[in-house]
Design a protein around this ligand. Structure first.
Ligand code: BGC
Length: 755
């Protein structure tokens, strides 16, 4: 039996829709019919059913966090049949989602369909690079396409809501979740967040291959103290308004359908219980129309935070603060009905949350066809589709960053016999990276397979193992620090070779949630292996695989060539091999600074100047005794096999206050390549001190050998202004420095005044 939905579409006069208090019902959709349909349905719902829509359970399959005691499948199914579940996460496959949807639609009183959430972070089966890696492409089209590909695959297996993009700005490489974001810059991060939202949501949310996106984690999660996951966040207002919030605002302006709050406290208040964040900023100031989902159990976690007395109190605080859906805390389902009856939570708050949730369900087309996302035919067709492999390969190639290339060691000569060393070189799982719930182990193209596909001659020595023990998303990794089997053979092979390609870095499961580190060097025995090989053959190309900035001062000092390849996803090995041999010219630029050592963290280019910027002749200036203040590789940095020259910077301030900036970029080499031209601004004097430099424009262009192009930017009040400490956007007249160039540290500069 399938439910007939026609009653929802009965003609309705929206202007006459009023809530019980005699006020006009808020309208959360621009679609002409949806608000009326939402009101009709809402009017039929009992309080229990309304609260049910605000309850999200983890599915009965894989958990991505600790399960509460009550989380057994039987209990959940019973709740589902009672109409007490609005959404489920982590249910995999067209068949499984169809079955749960059938229960929701056919066995509950009102038959309201479920919305299925999943962490589709950088692909579903076919994987693109981890988001931090993809951010290094600075290519918004490629990033949007990659999210589109992810949506096509995930929606074929029943998912219609992804918990992505993570738009947390991150300045501290110790935090494992830096792999999931777009790095340290709010301007780049906002653009990337928007590209991802567009890719997931497409032009028509009701299409069977688009899904609702979720900007997370609102807010401040990227600033956990000392890079330790789930830790306290204490940030000032200027950083909050100018660094943390802008990417969220941009995704809200791009119509992101949902926002996830976060685990952390922000200045003493847990984000889940923060009315300031969720009501004042997000819903009132920004006019966000979608709904807020809590992070996993973050309602319940307000108890250990010392903010809620018990789960009942947590439910009251979270609902009143504007957290519309409770992910796996059991707080709402257990307590919200009684809290409304006791007058502690107004029913209008519940109505508001339910309107938001139902609106997204209507917009997804779930009421027209609740099974539209569960199609075994599409599942067969799209998973690992060859077109998707091409999308993944394209963005993987664009994400690689050339960090060092002395004496043009790269690209390699095809005729030359090389030694390839390192356990990661023939690993088919680690390059898939972290956060890949839908994917299958062993499906990445390894570096060796990439070399095989090119038919180049090489010999391989694995060296010592990197990890020992089981590999799992929810357990700690164990590194091999004692068993040196394979070390001698690797050194012997290196001795005979002209060039050595060493594939080293982090294991794919070493980054992501719960994976903070205090040492940013090469884990396990890899540094020792590198130094032993170097002792017999210094002609080393280091291929780095990692999900966060690493501190590699020794490698930078000693090795002639370093290629940053992140965890590049399914097509990893092809992208790397093609880059090593010059079939792909690297064009990525770092989205996050690489520190010289962990003691510099958090390190970021857009810092304030301080009162003692130095350099001074005595010790009394802001510096370290042992390393320079600068990072090893700065934000925006990345080399190419081509070489680009910058000339003729021109700046024109117009009558209306807009500023036109242009520069001539020339490819002075004999190979084609792409260059990301970056524009940075510095507001010299302001009522709130401004950073020494802030990215305010970028443009990635392809250049043929010898080709010259004029790259232009227009700056408006949006780029020239900033948020004051009340969160008001202001534009102050004054003197600005502009720098346009190839990284955050290198370019042509000029100064202009804005009246
Ligand atoms: C993470 C979220 C994720 C959620 C659901 C949490 O532990 O912080 O980012 O979306 O789990 O898997």
């Amino acid at each position: 039996m399938t439910r007939n939905y026609t009653f929802y579409t009965a003609a309705f006069l929206l202007a006459l829709v009023f809530t019980g208090c005699g006020q006009k019902a808020p309208v959360y959709s621009n679609h002409p019919d949806i608000p009326a349909k939402v009101e009709t349905l809402l009017a039929k719902m009992t309080l229990e059913e309304k609260v049910g829509q605000m309850n999200q359970y983890n599915g009965f399959y894989d958990a991505t966090g600790p399960l509460p005691e009550e989380g057994d499948a039987r209990h959940k199914l019973e709740h589902l049949r009672n109409g007490w579940v609005g959404s489920v996460l982590n249910v995999r496959g067209a068949k499984a989602t169809r079955e749960l949807q059938r229960i929701a639609v056919e066995e509950t009183r009102l038959g309201i369909p479920l919305i299925f959430g999943l962490d589709v972070i950088h692909g579903h089966k076919t994987l693109a690079p981890v988001p931090l890696g993809e951010a290094a492409s600075w290519d918004m089209q490629a990033i949007e396409k990659s999210a589109r590909m992810a949506a096509v695959e995930a929606t074929a297996v029943g998912q219609n809501w992804t918990f992505a993009p993570m738009v947390d700005i991150t300045r501290d490489a110790r935090w494992g979740r830096v792999m999931e974001g777009a790095g340290e810059d709010p301007f780049l991060g906002a653009h990337i967040g928007v590209a991802r939202v567009k890719g997931f949501q497409g032009d028509d949310l009701a299409a069977d291959n688009t899904m609702a996106a979720c900007a997370k984690h609102f807010a401040g999660y990227g600033f956990s103290e000392s890079g330790r996951d789930y830790n306290t966040v204490d940030v000032g207002t200027s950083t909050l308004y100018n660094v943390i919030l802008p990417p969220f605002l941009a995704t809200v302006e791009a119509d992101v359908k949902t926002v996830m709050n976060s685990f952390n406290t922000l200045n003493g208040i847990p984000a889940t219980g923060s009315a300031f964040l969720q009501r004042t900023i997000l819903k009132e100031r920004w006019g966000f129309k979608g709904f807020v989902v809590s992070d996993w159990g973050s309602g319940r976690e307000m108890i250990p935070h010392g903010y809620a007395m018990d789960l009942n109190h947590a439910a009251e605080l979270a609902a009143n603060a504007g957290s519309d859906m409770d992910m796996e805390s059991y707080a709402y389902v257990k307590h919200l009905v009684a809290l409304v009856q006791a007058g502690k939570v107004k029913e209008e708050i519940i109505n508001d949350a339910v309107r938001r949730i139902l609106t997204v369900k209507f917009e997804l087309g779930l009421f027209d066809d609740p099974y539209r996302y569960c199609s075994e035919d599409r599942e067969k067709k799209w998973l690992y589709h060859p077109e998707h492999q091409q999308v993944a390969l394209d963005v993987a190639k664009k994400s690689i960053v050339l960090l060092k290339n002395d004496a043009q060691m790269l690209p390699l000569n095809r005729a030359q016999n090389i030694a390839v060393i390192g356990a990661l070189a023939n690993d088919k799982t680690s390059p898939l990276g972290s956060w890949r719930i839908g994917s299958d182990d062993g499906t990445a193209i390894s570096v060796l397979e990439g070399l095989d596909a090119l038919g180049v001659p090489y010999a391989f020595a694995r060296g010592p193992e990197l990890v020992t023990g089981p590999l799992a998303f929810s357990t700690e990794l164990e590194f091999n620090t004692t068993d040196k089997t394979g070390m001698k053979a690797a050194v012997a092979l290196a001795k005979k070779a002209k060039t050595v390609v060493m594939v080293l870095g982090e294991h794919g499961l070493q980054t992501g949630e719960g994976r903070s580190r205090t040492d940013l060097g090469l884990p396990g025995l890899q540094q020792e292996l590198l130094e032993q090989v170097y002792a017999v053959n210094p002609n080393i190309v280091l291929v780095l695989m990692n999900g966060r900035p690493l501190a590699i001062p020794w490698a930078d000092e000693h090795l002639p060539a370093i290629l940053e390849t992140w965890h590049l996803g399914s097509q990893s090995g092809h992208a790397i091999a093609q880059t090593l041999y010059g079939l792909n010219n690297p064009s990525g630029k770092l989205p996050m600074s690489f520190p010289r050592n962990v003691g510099q963290c958090p390190i970021y280019y857009n810092h304030l100047n301080t009162g003692r910027p130095g350099p001074g002749t005595d010790v009394f200036w802001s510096h370290y005794m042992d390393v320079p203040n600068s990072p090893l590789y700065p934000f925006g940095y990345g080399l190419s096999y081509a070489s680009f020259a910058y000339a003729n910077l021109s700046v024109a301030v117009k009558e209306d206050g807009t500023v036109d900036v242009s520069v001539q970029v020339t490819n002075e080499s004999e190979v084609a390549g792409a260059e990301v031209t970056q524009l940075y601004l510095h507001d010299r004097v302001a009522s709130v001190a401004r950073p020494v430099r802030e990215l305010k424009g970028f443009s990635k262009n392809h250049f043929n050998p010898g080709e010259s192009k004029t790259v232009s930017f227009r700056l408006t009040h949006k780029e020239l202004g900033f948020f004051d400490n009340n969160g008001t956007f202001i534009m102050e007249p004054g003197t600005f420095d502009v720098m346009v160039g190839t990284s955050s540290q290198e370019g042509l500069s000029a100064t202009f005044d804005v009246k």
